[in-house]
Design a protein around this ligand. Structure first.
Ligand code: UGC
Ligand code: NI
Length: 165
């Protein structure tokens, strides 16, 4: 069992795995006669393979207990996958770099602040959605279409939170 500690999520530490989706990112500009700010092009949605398309879903998820124990990480080789909270819920982000095998030393864990979403790049290893503290409602943008799009890699992990998280 590999014990890892989740650190606060930032754009910089997550950059090799994908994008952080929040209003602090990217370029923003006024639209609609100044009534709104567009926080533009925050993440790249990847949809690969036969009949690929982007799809929007909503996950309503029960929370996980801490320390969070899991037996595998998964990846989606045919597309990215984004999770954006609709209700301020926080969640754990456990990732490992693209590759056929996972080097346990490369696994990283982060915790979001309730205003952050993430977009996992295609083939980035990650834990399935793990909401903290209370039930969470998240918008999910990922790839629809033909073909198998979920590989599983056995790995026993126990994830705790860094002090103050
Ligand atoms: N199974 C499913 O749709 N979701 C997972 O891919 C996940 O990362 O939570
Ligand atoms: Ni996934």
């Amino acid at each position: 069992m590999l014990d890892i500690t989740a650190q606060p999520l930032t754009r910089e530490v997550f950059s090799e795995f994908g994008d952080v989706v929040d209003t602090l990112a990217g370029t923003s500009f006024a639209i609609n006669a100044g009534r709104a700010m567009r926080h533009h092009d925050l993440a790249r949605v990847e949809t690969l393979g036969e009949g690929a398309r982007a799809q929007l879903s909503i996950f309503v998820s029960k929370p996980v207990e801490l320390p969070f124990e899991l037996e595998f990480l998964e990846r989606h080789p045919l597309g990215s996958q984004a999770f954006v909270p609709m209700d301020g819920s926080r969640f754990l982000v456990v990732v490992a770099p693209v590759g056929e095998a996972i080097d346990p030393g490369s696994v990283r864990a982060f915790v979001t602040n309730g205003r952050q979403g993430v977009n996992y790049r295609a083939s980035v290893w990650h834990a399935p959605l793990a909401v903290l503290e209370r039930s969470g409602e998240l918008l999910v943008v990922d790839r629809g279409g033909e073909g198998a799009n979920c590989d599983v890699h056995p790995l026993r992990l126990r994830v705790g939170l860094a002090a103050g998280c």
